[in-house]
Design a protein around this ligand. Sequence first.
Ligand SMILES: [Zn+2]
Length: 124
Amino acid sequence: MHEVSLAMGIIECLNALIKNQQMRSIEKVTVQIGELSNVMPEALLFAFEAMLQSQSINGLKNCQMTIQRVSAKAVCRQCHQTSAITHERKRCLYCKGNDLEIISGYELQISEVEGEEGDARDTY
Ligand SMILES: [Zn+2]
């Protein structure tokens, strides 16, 4: 299951912030998921919460995940307009061309971390 390894990666990433003392504890993490990334937000949330409970990592116990869906967009190489696209419909809404450059929709990243800052921050 893709979402489990993704949740694991996010937890490792957050754990590293705590280990490096950039954060003392993390209460909120926001993850951006593009519409084309094939990740089910509910499954990711479920995997994340289950993993946090079973591992009980210091500083991460109360961490809540928020998922931000990023809509898929593409720029047309013919008419240079930006269109919303989906898996099924990847063509320009203006000239109906299909020579598109996808500019968003494949995101899978942590966009924001909130919590108590650690000691390492002050020294930078
Ligand atoms: Zn076009």
